[in-house]
Design a protein around this ligand. Structure first.
Ligand code: FAD
Length: 413
């Protein structure tokens, strides 16, 4: 019997499990090493426990949702795209459904069913699983020597690193593998938290409006000179600043540039042109001539913003509407169309859905996921310097790069 190629997979998350399955399907003997007591710990908390495992958008559109290094992902995604991922999970017994915006979830709404399907497939393929095993160092002396906590050494012909980034370190992805990859000669683009809430200078205002969710607003993020991001959706006021899906997406573009000055402009009335908004204000003001300004705001703004808005436009809340000047009305309209916030930073990795940064993709062959620096070493998933919007795109990256790394490692040599 020909000797099977022995492949070690570091990390039992989405990318690592898919890599192990692909390598074993291609005939390799696979051992997967995971520090936690179980595989897929992060998958449990994805999609608020429901796991939005991919997105049904066409492959070409997929790349417009990737923030860092979309071109690097072409081979991986075209080779194992969303349709292939859906076929894989359905065949493994996890029935899927589609929701708004092409988001794909298990029919059961339980992320645990995604993990069960992966574990079942690994079991069928006799993937060896080493749980509670922290990798402390990696060396290459002909074969790979993977040293675990406690001193045991696992040897393998190839190694697939799928240890994730630094987000939600409580799930096991603490970035500890980056130092080991550096010791093998790789460079790491500084990992930073992304898809993460913002701190803003207007903190007091956010505290006053805490809990308020604004639906259907549009947002522009700018640095000193140019627009970094423009989007439409939902945002949320919190005790430290701003959050919600629209803000999380904006954070990925903020982190890409980390500008000294970053301003957010929220259009609270995106459906109205400035002229239509002025006409609306004029009508409101005429119908409520003898009321206080703050009372009229009730029909224009949601609850908690009403209290802070007079300060924003420097019009006393108790000023009678009939004495508001044309300039003041213009100020109200301009502020409703572009409520300004100054971004002072992002929340930490503990609250970040994704890590931006990671292994420099120039050092990885995009057609195989093999390291250009260490032959036989493959890298997959969030450990790479790739990240995408919310909507199932990040898990798709993990499945695609994991799958490609797995088949390449099994077939190489
Ligand atoms: C709250 C939250 C919700 C999310 N929701 C979604 C969603 O709905 N849809 C979506 O597409 N994406 C979502 N994401 C992003 C997605 O979960 C990740 O992009 C994806 O899980 C990355 O997979 P990975 O296998 O590359 O890394 P990880 O899932 O981070 O797996 C890495 C594994 O390696 C192990 N490991 C690390 N270092 C070592 C070591 N030294 N020794 C041994 N083992 C080690 C870790 O314990 C971990 O299990 C979400 C993320 C978070 C935090």
């Amino acid at each position: 019997m020909p000797v099977k190629k022995r492949i070690a997979v570091a990390g039992g998350g989405a990318a690592g499990m898919m890599a192990a399955i692909a390598a074993a399907e291609a005939g390799a003997e696979v051992v997967l090493i995971e520090r936690n007591e179980k595989t897929g710990k992060k998958i449990y908390i994805t999609g608020k426990g429901r796991c939005n495992l991919t997105n049904s958008c066409p492959d070409e559109e997929f790349f417009s949702h990737v923030v860092s290094n979309p071109k690097f992902l072409y081979s991986a995604v075209y080779g194992f795209d969303s349709a292939a991922v859906r076929d894989f999970f359905e065949a493994a017994g996890c029935r899927l459904k589609e929701e708004r915006g092409g988001r794909i979830f298990p029919v059961s709404d339980h992320a645990s069913d995604v993990i069960k399907a992966l574990n079942k497939r690994m079991d069928e393929l006799h993937v060896g699983i080493r749980l509670n095993s922290i990798i402390r160092s990696v060396k290459k002396n002909g074969s790979f020597e993977i040293k675990l906590d406690g001193g045991e050494i696992i040897r393998a012909d190839s190694l697939i690193v799928a240890c994730g980034g630094k987000s939600y370190p409580s799930t096991g992805s603490d970035g500890s593998m980056f130092g080991m990859l550096e010791s093998l000669g790789h460079s790491i683009r500084e990992p930073v938290p992304a898809l993460v809430p913002f701190h803003v200078a207007e903190k007091e205002e956010c505290i006053a409006a805490q809990g308020l969710a604004l639906k259907n607003v549009s947002l522009i993020l700018k640095d000193e000179k140019k627009k970094l991001y423009e989007g439409f959706g939902e945002m949320l006021y919190t005790h430290f600043g701003l959050s919600g899906p629209l803000i999380l997406t904006a954070s990925s573009y903020y982190q890409k540039k980390r500008p000294k000055v970053a301003k957010l402009y929220i259009d609270l009335k995106p459906a109205l042109t400035p002229e239509q908004l002025d006409a609306r204000l004029l009508r409101e003001f005429e119908e409520n001539k003898n009321k206080d300004f703050s009372n009229v705001l009730g029909s224009i703004l949601p609850g908690k913003l009403r209290e802070v808005f007079p300060g924003r436009v420097a019009i006393p809340g108790d000023k009678k509407v009939n004495s508001i000047t044309k300039e003041e009305r213009k100020r109200v309209a301009d502020t409703l169309k572009a409520l300004e916030y100054h971004v002072t930073g992002c929340r930490a990795f503990e609250e970040a859905i994704i890590t931006q940064g990671g292994v420099n993709v120039k050092e990885v062959d995009p057609s195989t996921m093999e390291s250009r620096i260490v032959p036989g070493l493959y890298i997959a998933g969030e450990a790479l310097d790739v990240d995408a919007h919310t909507g199932g795109y990040n898990l798709q990256i993990a499945w695609s790069t994991g799958h490609l790394a797995g088949i390449s490692a099994a077939e190489e040599g």
